[in-house]
Design a protein around this ligand. Structure first.
Ligand code: ZN
Length: 497
């Protein structure tokens, strides 16, 4: 599974980060005297319902809690935030270079029309509306499938034809970390570390500065390796070091991991970043869960051969607050959990890390799930929906992806579950994780690991979460994510009964 992000879902949160980034401020051009001239966007075709679109978003503060952090630690966080600012700059250039130019051109305009347009450009990091199938909300040009990764107008067929004629260039053109450009009728793949060097160099420096301020040698080593990776495009050694971190107090996501933005070949990575601070209270609870994972596997109502022992195995999991995000983590859908990195070589050698973003989860519950639950659930049950209940059910969902049978037993012998189920695998796997997650919470309550009074809260929060997902319609109609597909499948039970 790539990640737990439901790309393409409506976003209802605008996140106002309370740490200011000097890198970001530098990008704002200061111009004077243009305010009196009327809107700079006057000559552009702008969606007439921009106000309505903006009203779908809500501004939510994501404060940086400094309590308990030393001055040095705060200084380190500031360095990490500074580094994020550079990835943000790259992200825009990947997403929509022309949109960025338009955004910057209106920086000093006080015209309400320009201000609104700028806000909407910033939310989407492009001229294309993420919650309206990427249709343009300014101008009439449709979104280029290849975004800023490929020359304008280049088609998939042309690329395929080109690499047939130039097989030696195929690997570079299809590489996750290259930008494709055309030069004298030829295609050229330029590595990210060269193409984006003006941003990657200062980003790497900021990470190294942060490493010097870190009191955690393992984290400092990771930061150094990640700085190297930015300047070589080889993320493997730093990914391994990232998985070696043991309950770090601070952590970051900082890489071009996801490839969703590239609709032409689906291979180019877009930069995303997050600064994370460990949520001590919730992390402690997570440790408790992990202690029981093997027992829960043993308790599943399955034949013994379908529940291979989980003793001695552990996936790193962190419950973090993310006071700052940039790039693909801050524009569009706001993830509340993630599973990284995506590199299968890393999975094979070390596995992956599951991250839960507590402050974003609270925001989702308070501003999205609760209002929906109050409309659709019995008042007494809706009142039981809580951020904590949602976090616990999400955590158990993630743990449960790893539980249950590892193989299907067929007449042809052992077959992977994915292969045995076929195209319905993803939805069913999500449903399994959900049901198994609820089973696990009940098991933990029955065995005294969680307080009995909490059980109804877990159930209600889980159901509230389902309503949040299905209100967007069925999976097929809206091309929702795997998670949504799983949720919808489960909902058929109560409806049929
Ligand atoms: Zn899942």
């Amino acid at each position: 599974m790539h990640s737990m992000k439901n790309h393409g879902l409506p976003i209802l949160l605008i996140l106002l980060m309370s740490i200011s980034s000097s890198a970001q401020h530098k990008n704002t051009r200061r111009m004077t005297g243009s305010a009196a001239k009327g809107p700079l966007s006057a000559g552009l075709k702008v969606a007439p319902d921009l106000d309505k679109r903006l009203s779908k978003f809500r501004r939510v503060k994501m404060p940086f809690n400094r309590t308990g952090l030393t001055a040095r630690e705060q200084q380190m966080v500031r360095k990490l935030v500074e580094a994020c600012g550079y990835l943000e700059s790259i992200y825009w250039r990947q997403s929509d270079p022309e949109g960025l130019a338009l955004y910057q051109s209106m920086a000093a305009s006080a015209s309400p029309r320009d201000v609104k347009l700028r806000t909407y450009l910033k939310l989407n990091a492009s001229r294309f509306d993420l919650i309206d199938e990427n249709k343009p909300f300014v101008g009439t040009d449709p979104m280029p499938l290849g975004r800023g990764f490929y020359p304008a107008g280049l088609t998939r067929d042309q690329i395929e034809q080109y690499v047939k004629e130039h097989p030696e260039q195929k690997a570079a053109i299809y590489d996750q970390f290259t930008v494709v450009r055309s030069k004298d009728g030829q295609l050229e793949a330029v590595p990210y570390h060269i193409f984006y060097r003006p941003f990657l160099e200062p980003a790497a420096k900021a990470l190294r500065d942060a490493a010097k301020l870190s009191d955690d040698p393992a984290f400092a080593k990771f930061l150094e390796l990640r700085a190297d990776a930015l300047l070589s495009d080889d993320y493997f050694p730093s990914d391994l070091a990232w998985l070696d971190l043991k309950n770090p107090k601070f952590d970051i996501i900082f890489a071009p991991y996801e490839t969703y933005m590239d609709s032409l070949l689906g291979v180019k990575g877009s930069y995303g970043a997050a600064v994370m601070v460990r949520n001590e209270r919730e992390s402690k609870k997570l440790e408790l869960f992990q202690k029981y994972v093997a027992d829960i596997q043993d308790a599943l109502p399955l034949a013994p051969e379908d529940r291979p022992s989980k003793r001695g195995l552990e996936t790193p999991m962190e419950v973090m607050d993310t006071p700052f995000r940039a790039g693909d983590l801050t524009h569009g859908y706001q993830a509340v959990a993630d599973n990284l990195p995506n590199d299968p070589r890393v999975h094979e050698q070390k596995g992956s890390k599951k991250l839960f973003f507590k402050n974003f989860m609270d925001a989702r519950v308070n501003y999205v799930i609760l209002p929906v639950a109050r409309k659709l659930m019995e008042p007494a049950q809706a009142a039981k929906v809580s951020g904590e209940g949602y976090l616990q059910s999400t955590i158990m969902h993630e743990i449960c992806h790893g539980l249950g049978p590892a193989f299907a037993r067929t007449s042809a012998g052992k077959v992977s579950i994915r292969e045995a189920i076929g195209h319905q695998f993803s939805g069913l796997e999500e449903a399994k994780a959900d049901v198994c997650g609820m089973f696990s919470l009940k098991w933990l309550v029955d065995h005294g690991a969680l307080p009995k009074e909490k059980l109804q809260e877990f159930y209600a929060s889980y159901v509230g979460g389902i309503f949040r997902t299905v209100r967007f319609g069925t999976a097929e109609a809206l091309q929702l994510s795997l998670r949504a597909r799983g949720d919808s499948a489960e909902c058929k039970w109560p409806i049929r009964d």
